[in-house]
Write a protein that binds this ligand. Structure first.
Ligand code: GTP
Ligand code: MG
Length: 97
């Protein structure tokens, strides 16, 4: 399951919540690093294994769009490389606040 969207809209925060909804974790303990303010944080695509209803899958956090000139291209190339190597994408979640 791939989390995509504009920078600062909450992909990493949502991903961390989905990994452990019961935890009121601090930023340091979160599964996916997220920023304290609404600023760009994720730079590298990160996949974490998760089991839901006995079904194993990966939750994938991606860098956000709209950070600054040049970054969108860099992040898109990174995404293309990741998607080419991925076995299967079951869902793409567009995170919009
Ligand atoms: N109030 C509130 N704040 C949120 C929510 N989701 C995210 N935030 C805050 O918004 C800020 C940005 O969240 P991130 O999860 O880092 O955003 P992101 O989409 O991963 O950003 P990039 O990694 O730059 O693409 C952080 O301060 C979060 O705590 C939400 O649902 N409610
Ligand atoms: Mg992020």
């Amino acid at each position: 399951m791939l989390l995509v969207g504009m920078t600062g809209h909450g992909k990493s925060r949502l991903g961390s919540f989905l990994m452990s909804p019961e935890d009121t974790f601090s930023i340091k303990q979160a599964a996916f690093e997220f920023s304290e303010e609404c600023k760009a944080s994720t730079q590298i695509i990160t996949a974490k294994p998760l089991i839901e209803n006995g079904i194993p899958f990966e939750l994938v956090d991606t860098p956000g769009f709209g950070e600054k000139a040049g970054k969108d291209l860099e992040h898109t190339l990174q995404a293309v490389k990741y998607l080419k190597s991925a076995q299967e994408i079951s869902a793409v979640v567009f995170v919009y606040k």
